[in-house]
Design a protein around this ligand. Structure first.
Ligand code: ATP
Ligand code: MN
Length: 463
């Protein structure tokens, strides 16, 4: 007898098979006719399969009629066509084994309708809910689409380091990695001496794999990295995590237009695959979380993304007549309120902003001929705001070094990165897509803490 998943058991093709199913009881209902219905879920899909357990089962009174919500069971039986609406099949149980009981008094998911805030406090049990099971399956699908998309296009998957001694953004948002005893740090001239630390110098958790993946783009052409990144930004927003996953393609012999085209094709593929393969989960989110979900998703696949320069965007914002919490003028960083106004209210569709002021962007972005702007791009989508940030990279050694100094960085610390320009430099470009922002977009969920299995945010690293 084959053990099959609930997803497989719910398909009409399974009718007639005798199978074994394992999962957790979502509900049990006892019929007056002396038998019971068990709704069984194993996480393989959004829906449950209905198990019909007859009163003739030897353990009917002792076990079946006492099955509680959350208990784990193994069921053997025949898959039959279901007479009920909304389900193709049901299981007629020949055997019901209780594997693990669940105390009805204390099981936190006994009742439905918990808030997301409460569910965050039981992050180890929330994957058993429809919402969090759906998010986990979508997260898996997006990850698979990422690898398939790049593999089909001849990209190589590069594993960039998690621990690094270079700070990609030059910002102060780094988590330090050290084995120094905080109570007894080695000191030289009264200062902690990292020469005595594990790596012989200060080291950090990576904020991005970009710099390292550039070395592989500048030798293998088309590459990407996909891994966890860490930012100690103390921004308690619904769009920031201290640990999140980022997908970063990097392409040699490519300019900003190529980069925009790649980003657009990539997002279209991710959304297209989710629409094709996660219909049941997306319908759940469209019904329960975000009524406009399918319209938003079809707006990605159905039309080209708009491309608008930063300068034009600032013009639109200043002429909008809106009062902003953060006032805008040319040279100011666009805040979430501005980005969302542009994509949600003004353009009402995905938009790629490009050519940002040089003062706003990191040293590695290519300086335009105007000297004032760099070849940066951000992809903005309704419901989320910025989902992708990227740029054409500065391939001219002298300009790169000027930019490093301009931003207070020591070129010596980046000599290996400068070597990529020193020996056989090429135009190249890349971007970073936040996996969790993508999931916010795909589900309509409002808080990024709810689209990663175990969120890490300021003051919170449970589990
Ligand atoms: P933001 O302006 O929203 O803080 P950023 O400009 O710092 O983002 P980038 O450095 O360009 O972000 O990173 C690329 C992508 O990674 C972003 O477009 C976003 O999708 C994602 N991202 C950045 N920071 C975070 C974070 N703290 N938590 C989750 N995702 C993030
Ligand atoms: Mn960005």
């Amino acid at each position: 007898m084959d053990t099959i998943s609930v997803a497989a058991a719910r398909r009409a093709e399974a009718v007639g098979r005798t199978v074994r199913l394992c999962g957790w009881v979502r509900t049990r209902r006892d019929s007056k006719g002396g038998f019971s219905f068990i709704e069984l879920n194993d996480g393989s899909c959004q829906g449950n399969v209905q198990v019909v357990a007859a009163g003739e089962l030897p353990n009917y009174e002792d076990v079946v009629k006492k099955l509680k919500v959350g208990a784990s069971v193994a069921i053997e039986g025949e898959v039959k066509a279901s007479p009920a609406k909304g389900q193709a099949t049901e299981i007629h149980a020949a055997k019901v084994d209780l594997l693990g009981d669940a105390d009805a008094e204390s099981y936190p998911l006994q009742k439905k309708g918990h808030t997301y805030e409460f569910l965050r406090t039981i992050a180890h049990l929330r994957p058993r809910t429809n919402t969090f099971g759906g998010i986990a399956r979508l997260r898996h699908q997006v990850s698979m689409s990422v690898h398939q998309f790049f593999d089909e296009r001849g990209f190589f998957y590069i594993h960039t380091p998690i621990i690094t001694a270079s700070d990609c953004e030059g910002g102060g948002e780094l988590f330090r990695v050290t084995t120094i005893d905080p109570d007894k740090p080695p000191k030289t001239d009264g200062k902690t001496d990292y020469a005595h630390d594990f790596f012989g110098k200060p080291a950090y958790l990576t904020v991005s794999g970009q710099l390292q993946v550039e070395a592989f783009a500048c030798s293998m052409g088309k590459v990407y990295t996909f891994g966890p990144t860490f930012r100690a930004e103390n921004s308690n927003t619904p769009r920031h995590l201290a640990e999140f996953w980022m997908i970063e393609p990097e392409v040699a012999f490519a300019d900003l237009t190529d980069n925009m085209n790649l980003a657009e094709a990539f997002l279209k593929r991710i959304v297209g695959d989710a629409l094709a393969k996660c219909d049941e989960d997306l319908k759940f989110f469209a019904e329960r979380v975000d009524k406009g979900l399918f319209d938003r998703l079809h707006a990605i696949t159905g039309q080209p993304f708009l491309r608008v320069s930063y300068t034009e965007a600032v013009d639109i914002l200043t002429k909008s007549g809106k009062t902003w919490e953060f006032p805008v003028s040319w040279g100011s960083d666009l805040q979430s309120e501005h980005e969302r106004f542009l994509t949600e209210q003004h353009f009402k569709q995905p938009v790629i902003l490009y050519d940002y002021p040089r003062t706003l962007k990191p040293f590695y972005m290519r300086v335009n001929d105007d000297g004032k702007t760099v070849r940066a791009m951000d992809v903005l989508v309704p419901g989320v705001g910025e989902i992708i940030g990227g740029s054409q990279r500065e391939e001219r050694l002298d300009v790169l070094e000027t930019r490093m100094k301009e931003q207070g960085l020591h070129p010596e610390g980046y000599s290996w990165y400068a070597d990529l320009r020193r020996y056989g430099t090429v135009p190249h470009a890349g971007f970073g897509l936040g996996l969790e922002r993508t999931l916010l977009f795909l589900t309509g969920m409002a808080n990024i803490r709810d689209v990663i299995p175990f969120p890490r945010t300021p003051g919170n690293a449970e589990y």
